[in-house]
Design a binder for this molecule. Structure first.
Ligand code: ISL
Length: 570
């Protein structure tokens, strides 16, 4: 029976370039980019938070077209993050603190500066077949401009075929053109991936977060059905060849060590997710889905629609009850900050500091009372917010710039493009970690690669560490509560009630019951006004002498839910 230690630990995702720039700490000028020694300098803070697993976004050699998700050498550390000796030190220091580290496995594509790709540009080279090269659709007509092999569109609102004059063919890239897709119809590619995984497992990794792991096998290159989103998806998402490769990696690598995998599965639905992480199928241990973070978004995830608590409740219920085990998250390096997305800051009325803090705590309570392995993203634990930039020029993210160009072609006016991008850009999650009220929020003494959010003097780690009522200390409290409760970690999820503003669920294990209620609105809600039977009302009213936790600091519910309040009773 596999030891599933990863079910009982809190995971914390670090986006290294925005976490801590060490040179800044010792007084020398930094380079404005976070690094591995910076991570080591905060390991005790992570122990203090209650973290047992670290997920590192890529620190491998990369030309940085997509901030490290374009790898040019899987076996090295990019100098901007440090050296392999630094990485070895991080593994050792984390192990001393009983913190396991999982690496980011980006194998759908490499950088176009990877030696494999550079060699593949020569049609006669054995590496040609490591990638997906195709002749133009109109290869037979030399007098017309070459046309792309099919009508697919990419994940960054981009074209997906790049013409290479040298060989007169196109290569496929579902993301940026500097991220050519690998060809998994070539078994040599899977063998290369096994070598990469073994190298990092031998280094001390305890598993992998697997980047876009459900789109790696392209069954066909036929034209896709017309779509406003990612056209051509049906030819490569959740394919049988993909499942076969995952089982092969599990059989030949992962089953031989005490590790786990969490897959990022783009556009996955519950049925497909079951196939990817059902424990009897031997593919992934768990996966990140997106549906709960897209309940208030239309296609292309940028176009907003009204938030309703019931929609979130229904999606969470389906996934909590539909999968044997969930990877639970509200933020990562691609998503906007949850307190700005689902908390009080999501509407113009959300300027109150008290409501910002209360809704950040409510969201902490939501995440930490769900069933599954908890993933907290750097800065989420102090309630960091979306950036306060004024224009697209300040953004770094390739996806944001590509999508602005796409929406420009769709004649969407500039003010609307900026409004939508401002709310959803991945750079919202990538502003430097706010450690203190010192220069650049204590992140670096050099100009940070991305501007620090100007609210860092109000929202920062140091000030919250000493404030018993802070978001940070609320996370620490709830993590301790969860670490001591089998019911909260792996008890059943029981949906109770939801409407457009509030939602209530329970977690049960044997005779233990926790009841959690959340108010996603500016209105005070009288609980006796909603059709709740006596059992729940009593539980919510005063916690019947048991546990009672309120994100508003109240001692009992008195049958009301304050605006943006979460309460937990048992
Ligand atoms: O979040 C997204 C969709 O909701 C996209 O922005 C994201 O690109 C997609 O989820 C895939 O993300 C992963 O692969 C990309 C990389 O840019 C992302 O940072 C990574 O998380 C390509 O490697």
């Amino acid at each position: 029976m596999k030891n599933c230690w990863w079910k009982d630990r809190i995971a914390y995702q670090i986006y290294p370039r925005s976490f801590q720039d060490t040179q800044g700490l010792n007084g020398e000028r930094g380079d404005g980019i976070g690094d591995i020694p910076g991570i080591i300098s905060h390991l005790d803070d992570l122990v203090d938070l209650g973290v047992g697993i670290l997920w590192l976004s890529p620190v491998y050699k990369s030309p940085d077209a997509d901030n490290g998700y374009d790898i040019s050498d899987y076996y090295s550390i990019d100098p901007r993050y440090g050296t392999m000796a630094d990485m070895d030190a991080l593994f050792a220091q984390a192990k001393k603190r009983d913190i396991k580290i999982i690496m980011d496995l980006v194998i759908n594509h490499t950088s176009d500066e990877h030696p494999w790709f550079q060699s593949s540009r020569d049609p006669g080279n054995p590496y040609r077949d490591y990638y997906i090269w195709q002749p133009p659709k109109n290869a037979g007509s030399p007098h017309s401009l070459p046309q792309p092999p099919n009508n697919w569109t990419g994940f960054f609102g981009n074209e997906v075929w790049e013409y290479d004059e040298r060989s007169g063919e196109y290569y496929l890239h579902l993301f940026d053109k500097k991220q050519p897709d690998l060809n998994y119809k070539n078994p040599a590619v899977t063998q290369e991936v096994k070598k990469i995984m073994k190298f990092w497992l031998e280094k001390g990794a305890a598993g992998f977060r697997c980047d876009v792991i459900n789109i790696i096998y392209k069954t066909s290159l036929e034209d896709g059905k017309k779509s406003m989103a990612v056209q051509g998806l049906e030819h490569y998402i959740n394919q049988e060849g993909n499942h076969r490769i995952l089982r092969e990696l599990r059989r030949d690598v992962l089953d031989h060590c005490d590790c786990f995998t969490v897959g990022e599965a783009v556009m996955v639905d519950l049925e497909a997710a079951k196939l990817l992480c059902d424990k009897d199928r031997g593919e992934l241990d768990m996966l990140f889905y997106f549906e709960h973070l897209e309940i208030d978004r239309r296609i292309a995830r940028f176009i907003p629609k009204k938030f309703r608590a019931k929609k979130l409740f229904d999606v969470l219920t389906r996934w909590q009850q539909g999968l044997e085990w969930n990877a639970v998250y509200l933020e990562n390096h691609d998503q906007s900050r949850i307190v700005s997305h689902f908390g009080s800051l999501k509407s113009k009325r959300g300027r109150s500091l008290e409501l910002h803090k209360r809704s950040a705590k409510m969201l902490a309570m939501l995440e930490l009372t769900l069933r599954g392995t908890i993933f907290i993203y750097q800065g989420q634990e102090i309630g960091m917010t979306n950036f306060d930039y004024k224009s697209l020029d300040e953004l770094n993210d390739v996806e944001s710039h590509n999508l602005d160009n796409l929406m420009k072609k769709m004649h969407i006016p500039k003010f609307l493009r900026w409004k939508w991008i401002k709310a959803s850009s991945r750079d919202n999650a990538r502003t430097p970690m706010q450690w203190s009220a010192a220069e650049n929020a204590g992140f670096s003494k050099a100009k940070p690669w991305l501007p620090v959010n100007s609210n860092y003097k109000r929202i920062n780690y140091e000030s919250q560490k000493i404030d018993p009522d802070s978001v940070l200390n609320f996370y620490k409290y709830l993590i301790r509560l969860r670490n001591n409760s089998e019911c909260l970690r792996s008890g059943d999820f029981i949906p109770v009630y939801a409407d457009s503003r509030i939602m209530i669920y329970q977690r049960t294990l044997g005779t233990e019951i926790y009841t959690a209620a959340f108010n996603f609105s500016f209105k005070k809600i009288k609980l006796n006004k909603i059709k709740l039977n006596k059992k729940f009302s009593a539980l919510l009213a005063a916690g019947n002498g048991g546990l009672f936790v309120s994100a508003a600091g109240r001692k009992s519910a008195d049958n009301v839910l304050y605006p943006w309040e979460g309460i937990l009773t048992s």
